[in-house]
Design a protein around this ligand. Structure first.
Ligand code: PMP
Length: 361
């Protein structure tokens, strides 16, 4: 039990924040951790040793400076940033979500996203006092084109979030529907491509065609969730505006060097992503073969599956030391759904064996 805030302080702190829950992380010690879409693979031992040597050379007494510029340039190259665009770095894309919302923080402005979606779009909007409009997906987790277009026309959102692929549904959207939303949107449209390493399509072309589209990516799913590097690409004048809101030196020198090292070894991470994609297909097929389960097709490193009783199955898996995410309560469309991150081949076998048992409990 946590102590409560002393009475004399409550009036100085935001009442709405005091009434809300923060972003929760499930305890995972001793568990097969397949709940938060991390890349389950570390670097091979020789590369880890080289990385350690590189980090030992970093000047911790200095504020981050030139290496941050090098990282921006390397990420721009890695992402094939089109001419006329610029890139800014965030302490994870979570920070970029927060900064973009802050940039749109004009009284009366609306933030719009399909639901269920990544929870931080709504949370950031609400924290900044902006109105959030969530448009339900269809029952098979596709964008509801007519509903999205109607909502865009009605609310004239300053900011539209489209996670591509989406979390937690792992789905990509119909490209014609996206195009129609972009055409109709008066403000910014952010294509959040956190799961791009595992997807069959991306939005690079959209970025070239539209000056109000931004592309957000992260190194988290690539394999550096602990390093906290997200990046935002868009037309130069737009990025220049948003970058004014970035706290100085938001990327640690250690994070920066680790990210540069990872990009030098991008082929190793590409190999890992290929294994993850193959394992995802194996998990999808195995889940589909279990009576009573309905897995949904995935373009990310997670599989969403509907089970007869999500709480019971979640508890049964947990008792067997497998930690997944029960997303049932996030949205009515997700009733009895579990989200399972793709682990190592060994972890995936453990997860499937435990699931077969848990379904018999
Ligand atoms: N966007 C989406 C769609 C996500 O699912 C997540 C986290 N799982 C993020 C952004 C945030 O990623 P990070 O802050 O690690 O870059």
């Amino acid at each position: 039990m946590t102590a409560s805030l002393p009475n004399r302080m409550t009036r100085y702190l935001r009442a709405d924040v005091q009434g809300m829950h923060g972003y929760a992380v499930q305890p995972s010690a001793g568990m097969v951790k397949v709940d938060t879409m991390e890349n389950p693979f570390g670097l091979p031992a020789d590369l880890r040793r080289q990385l350690g040597e590189r980090l030992a050379e970093v000047a911790l007494n200095r504020y981050p400076a030139e290496r941050g510029e090098v990282l921006r340039a390397e990420l721009a190259r890695h992402a094939q940033m089109p001419a006329g665009n610029d890139i800014m770095l965030g302490n994870g894309s979570d920070e970029l979500i927060s900064l973009l919302t802050l940039a749109a923080d004009v009284p009366g402005n609306v933030v719009l996203a399909p639901l269920p979606g990544f929870v931080m779009y709504e949370m950031s909007a609400k924290l900044q006092g902006l109105k959030f409009v969530g448009v339900p997906l269809t029952a098979d987790f596709q964008l509801d084109g007519p509903a999205m277009l109607a909502a865009v026309r009605e609310h004239q959102p300053a900011l539209v979030w489209l996670a591509y692929p989406n979390n937690p549904t792992a789905s990509l959207w119909d490209d014609d529907v996206i195009e129609a939303i972009i055409e109709a949107a008066p403000g910014l449209v952010v294509m959040d491509e956190a799961y791009q390493p595992f997807a069959s399509r991306d939005s690079l072309d959209r970025l070239k065609r539209h000056d109000h589209v931004l592309l957000m990516r992260t190194m988290s799913k690539f394999g550096l969730a602990g390093v906290r590097i997200g990046y935002l690409i868009g037309r130069q004048p737009l990025i220049a505006e948003i970058d004014k809101l970035r706290p100085p030196f938001n990327i640690s020198v250690l994070n920066c060097e680790a990210a540069l090292f990872a990009l030098e070894h991008a082929d190793e991470y590409a190999r890992q992503a290929a294994v993850i994609r193959a394992e995802r297909e194996m998990i999808f097929a195995a889940l589909g073969a279990m009576p009573g389960l309905q897995p949904f097709p995935s373009e990310a490193n997670m599989v969403l599956v509907r089970v007869p009783d999500a709480k019971k199955t979640f508890d049964g898996l947990k008792a067997r030391k497998i930690l997944v995410k029960n997303v049932s309560a996030l949205h009515p469309l997700l009733a009895n759904c579990l989200r399972i991150t793709v682990g190592t081949p060994e972890e995936n076998q453990l997860m499937l064996a435990a699931l077969r048992e848990a379904l018999q409990d």
